[in-house]
Design a protein. Structure first.
Length: 785
């Protein structure tokens, strides 16, 4: 809900209130963002900044004014009038002048939230879900206007913001920085949490205390990046998953971003987020407008899990759109780690048959199916089938898979070009390479200049042909290098400071066209795993390949961090081989499944070479997953115990809306000898409800006992046989846990879990055999009382 009264704007969601006013100087003064306040209790005067004396060196707004902009919390700050903190906007005009003074002009409130600028992805919401406020500001001297748009999404406590600048003056102005969001808070004792990493270890959680000064979280890679995700949290000391005050922001954008967090000497904190100005400079000609990407923010006094629940809901309902919105996603088998580049029709069909046998619903042919692609040195750009591998053509492979009653998907990397390709021979200037300078290179490839309309049209046509020919149901859209040698041969770009943003406008244009043309294709975004994991890509592609690392233990850090900002439906997780291809770590296939099941499940493993026992286990896993899929993909995650803080144990609970179905992952890093009893306490259940609690039935090989089996199995069974041989014919069931208890008991007392194997005895159906990196899934179902 949005209200205006005497120049005071109140934006209310279910649990939060955001207030600002146009003060007596017509400046937009931020007043409050925090726990929900009833309209009647709001006293704007008491919230307004009051410094009665101005300290030495302070600068007052105007000669006859008492206002010190440097101390005031603002909605939009600009340089030159006494605010010396990092500015929201920096615009230069008249040969480098930067002083600006935006004051209130007008406003409009609209119910619902619609897109106003079509070139960038944006959130959306119906009248029931959202309201929009547009506040127009004008500079006191220059003929330029700034519109700040706020979207209020009541149900999920999310507020969105973006800025649009209009140049009505007769001369060009240069936008050096235009942020999407500014949030000034009257407090400075915060921790800052960022989500950082690199290839194969994306979005690890990093927390540090804020002290006076400026901290920057950004990407200059040309993609939102695995280095620093645009998502940030700031939290009061002692804030935990379920209690304490915290704020978080994120950006609906896939290019270079920058989040500035500044703590001032006057105990205030300023947060800015938007396009990274270090790779950006935009010339705005007379009568043009520039729109920033949209940013989002949320506040909670109930800890981190509460904000991530808000972000999950928002992404599922107000970012993801189209056919796959809130629709259960198919279990897939992906060919990459089974084949890499080495396959032919027969092998593909053989793997697809196995995929069908285990219960998969989608078969994805990854890299290598096009051009002359036999390794990563060639063919990007040549989107025609590689007939030396697929002699029957893509259409035939696809129809065979469709006949098996599975969906068919392919991998593409459209934004790239290999020098060794027909496309490069024809259009060398389409590659981002500075003429006369030796280019830097990544994975032997170059990026296509998507700021050019001819490149976009080529890709639209080439991809449309392949999608039609292959009757493609799913597309994995990859992006395997980042930007270097910033340059465009596009004659329309005279200022290279615009290039990267124009690239992203081009990419979004292409994605918009393709997703409209092929509304039923399920697109999955990928960038060497999760190097472009953001709400911009999610606006077109409802899911995202979380990481190239599928190691059971490493994944906990990656999925845990990712869950702070992105829903489980977006997080695709694959069960892969052991030893794992990225870490060589050995782990049990049941535990690999348990971790991959928290989100969107796939298998990326040669199903023809895994053991018969494992194949049976996989079939059972998929049956289980399908039974609880709605919750596992669209439920929200509560991080009861985090691997990133606990180091030895992770406990995550995924719950549906009314908490009638909850799936709990309990993962443990190491086995210790003679282990103490363990308790499973689940604070997020419905305390009033009565639950049935049971564990997913798992199997394990006798081989885990090694030569101990000679001591407890009957000797006739063992005659002359090696442990591995016996293992092949005999598997054991995991222990059984089955209770009926009140929610209150689960949340306050917790369950004592079955005793773990401790070196002195094993009782089938009772002893928990976990091993290193072992885990269990528990199901909690509400019962009628
Ligand atoms: C990237 C992706 C992988 C795989 C390969 C194919 O690395 O992240 O999943 O598709 O490309 O080359």
């Amino acid at each position: 809900m949005i209200n205006e009264k005497n120049g005071v704007f109140t934006l209310s969601s279910t649990n939060t209130t955001y207030i600002f006013q146009a003060n007596k100087n017509e400046q937009l003064e931020h007043l409050y963002y925090g726990s929900h306040l009833n309209e009647a209790s709001i006293n704007a005067k008491l919230l307004s900044t009051k410094y009665m004396q101005n300290a030495g060196t302070s600068t007052l707004y105007e000669e006859d004014s008492e206002l010190n902009l440097g101390l005031m919390k603002q909605e939009v700050s600009t340089p030159g009038k006494g605010d010396f903190r990092e500015p929201f906007a920096k615009i230069s005009y008249n040969g480098g002048m930067t002083t600006l003074d935006f004051v209130f002009d007008s406003y409009e409130i609209v119910s619902a939230k619609a897109k106003t600028f079509y070139a960038l992805p944006e959130s959306y919401g119906s009248r029931e879900e959202a309201d929009t406020l547009r506040v127009t500001l004008k500079d006191k001297e220059l003929d330029i206007k700034l519109i700040i748009t706020y979207g209020v999404f009541s149900l999920c406590d999310v507020i969105t913001r973006k800025a649009e600048l209009f140049n009505y003056a007769k001369k060009n102005i240069t936008i050096e920085r235009l942020s999407s969001l500014q949030l000034d808070i009257d407090q400075d004792d915060f921790d800052l949490i960022t989500f950082d990493g690199a290839w194969a270890r994306e979005r690890h959680i990093n927390k540090r205390a804020l002290t006076p000064g400026i901290v920057i979280n950004d990407s200059k890679l040309g993609a939102s990046s695995a280095t620093h995700n645009p998502l940030i949290y700031i939290s009061e000391k002692g804030c935990s998953e379920f209690s304490g005050k915290c704020y978080a922001t994120n950006l609906i954008y896939s290019g270079n971003h920058k989040e500035v967090v500044e703590v001032t000497p006057y105990n205030q904190t300023r947060i800015l987020t938007g396009i990274n100005d270090s790779t950006f400079k935009w010339i705005l000609h007379p009568n043009e407008r520039f729109s920033t990407p949209e940013a989002i923010m949320s506040y909670s006094d109930k800890g981190f899990s509460s904000i991530s629940r808000n972000f999950h809901y928002f992404a599922n309902n107000n970012i993801v759109r189209g056919y796959w919105k809130n629709k259960e996603r198919p279990v897939l088998v992906n060919s990459w780690e089974a084949f890499y580049f080495d396959f032919d029709d027969t092998q593909v069909v053989k793997l697809a048959k196995k995929a069908k046998e285990i219960g998969a619903e989608l078969f994805v042919l990854d890299d290598g199916w096009f051009g002359d692609r036999n390794d990563d040195t060639s063919s990007l750009g040549d989107w025609q089938v590689n007939t030396s591998k697929l002699s029957e053509g893509l259409g035939n492979i696809s129809s065979k898979i469709h006949k098996m009653n599975m969906l068919f998907g392919i991998w593409v990397e459209p934004e790239m070009i290999s020098k060794n390709s027909n496309l490069y021979d024809k259009h060398p200037d389409w590659a981002i390479i500075i003429p006369g300078r030796k280019p830097s290179v990544g994975r032997n490839q170059f990026i296509l200049d998507l700021s050019r309309d001819d490149v976009i049209s080529y890709l639209e046509e080439a991809l449309s042909n392949i999608f039609l020919l292959g009757e493609v149901d799913y597309v994995k859209w990859d992006f395997n290098r980042v930007f270097s040698d910033f340059y465009s041969s596009n004659a329309e770009i005279s200022n290279m400071g615009e290039f990267l943003h124009r690239y992203y406008l081009g990419l979004y244009k292409l994605l918009d066209r393709l997703t409209r043309k092929f509304p039923k294709i399920l697109f999955e975004s990928c960038a060497s795993g999760g190097n472009r994991y953001d709400l911009g890509m999610l606006s077109f592609m409802p899911q995202n390949w979380t990481s190239d690392c599928t190691d059971v233990y490493e994944r906990l850090f990656i999925q845990e961090g990712t869950s702070f900002g992105y829903p489980l439906s977006a997080m695709t997780n694959h069960v892969s081989a052991s030893p794992n291809h990225q870490t060589l770590r050995v782990s049990d296939i049941e535990s690999r499944f348990n971790v991959a099941a928290i989100g969107n499940l796939g298998y990326e493993i040669d199903l023809n070479t895994i053991s018969g026992n494992e194949l049976e286990q996989v079939k059972e896993q998929i049956i289980f997953y399908k039974r609880y899929r709605k919750t596992l993909q669209f439920g929200t995650l509560a991080r009861i115990d985090k691997m990133s803080t606990n180091k030895e144990r992770a406990v995550w609970a995924v719950m549906n809306n009314d908490k009638s179905e909850i799936i709990v992952l309990d993962f443990r890093t190491r086995t210790i000898s003679n282990p103490p009893l363990e308790r499973l306490q689940i604070p997020i259940v419905d305390n009033e409800a009565f639950y049935e609690v049971f564990n997913r039935a798992q199997k394990f090989d006798l081989s885990v006992f090694g030569d101990l089996i000679y001591h407890f199995l009957p000797s006739n069974l063992l005659k002359g046989k090696a442990v591995e041989e016996i293992s092949k014919i005999m598997q054991l069931n995991s222990e059984i846990t089955h209770h009926r208890v009140y929610g209150e008991f689960l949340s306050k007392a917790g369950l004592i879990l079955n005793q773990e194997y401790g070196g002195t005895g094993f009782v089938n159906e009772v002893t928990r055999v976990l091993g290193d990196y072992g885990s269990r899934l528990y199901v909690l179902k509400k019962l009628e009382i």
